[in-house]
Design a protein around this ligand. Structure first.
Ligand code: PGA
Length: 236
């Protein structure tokens, strides 16, 4: 199997101390795939050097769309860069749900990330109602049309397809269906070097069913990435 991309989205699950411990364990695990760690903001400074020394990459889970300025509580792209991030997750469905982020916000953030040479990991996905009514791809198409507005095809991007109903529920998408959607995203929105990864209830028992699919370039793993036993199976 070709080398794929495994992204650990630690969300707000772990304290800084626990993130450091986990990063060290992941560093010491044999890997057959490229691994990106996305700890919380407060852990980036300490986890960065652990990741860098082990051939892994660092990602943030979010950022703001403006340069330094009077934006209390926000985080700038240049700060992420300074901390060693190569990637930034944007538009995660939890950001959309709890913080009312829109596709326009995501579009502005993608532009800002690219300005600072951060590769955006752009999250898209349909909810259960959209899925049941056969509108999954229509939803994703709408999200990507706006999110990628005025962004050059030459830019290097990662799209994470995460059906909302599959995130943290223990009910992943059928791998073959996911493969179909990944293919459509690639065909309509991306160039050959871009990647599409799957996310939503990936664990040590089902990861391989996704990695086997031809259009799936990797995985965005939430809950299972915080458990070293599960995560080492996935990356090994
Ligand atoms: P999950 O989360 O693996 O816990 O379903 C995935 C994600 O939200 O990135």
């Amino acid at each position: 199997m070709r080398r794929k991309l495994i992204i650990a989205n630690l969300k707000m699950y772990l304290s800084t101390t626990k993130s450091i411990l986990l990063a060290k364990k992941i560093r010491d695990t044999e890997k057959s795939h490229d691994v990106i760690l996305a700890p919380s903001f407060t852990a980036l400074y300490s986890v960065g050097p652990i990741v860098a020394g082990a051939g892994m990459s660092l990602s943030a889970q979010n950022m703001y769309s403006q340069d330094y300025g009077a934006y209390t509580g926000e985080i700038s792209a240049s700060d992420l860069k300074e901390l060693g991030c190569k990637y930034v997750i944007l538009g995660h469905s939890e950001r959309r749900k709890y913080f009312k982020e829109t596709d326009e916000n995501v579009n502005n953030k993608i532009k800002q990330a690219l300005k600072y040479n951060l590769t955006p990991i752009i999250c898209v996905g349909e909810n259960l109602r959209e899925r049941r009514s056969g509108n999954a791809f229509k939803t994703i198409e709408g999200q990507l049309k706006t999110a990628l507005k005025d962004i050059s095809k030459k830019e290097s991007l990662i799209v994470a397809y995460e059906p909302i109903w599959a995130i943290g529920t223990g009910h992943p998408e059928d791998p073959k269906d996911a493969n179909g959607i990944h293919g459509m995203i690639k065909k309509h929105f991306l160039n050959n070097n871009d990647k599409v990864v799957y996310g939503g209830s990936v664990n040590a028992s089902n990861y391989n069913d996704f990695l086997k699919q031809t259009n799936i370039d990797g995985l965005l793993v939430g809950g299972a990435s915080t458990k070293i036993d599960e995560f080492s199976k996935i990356i090994n």
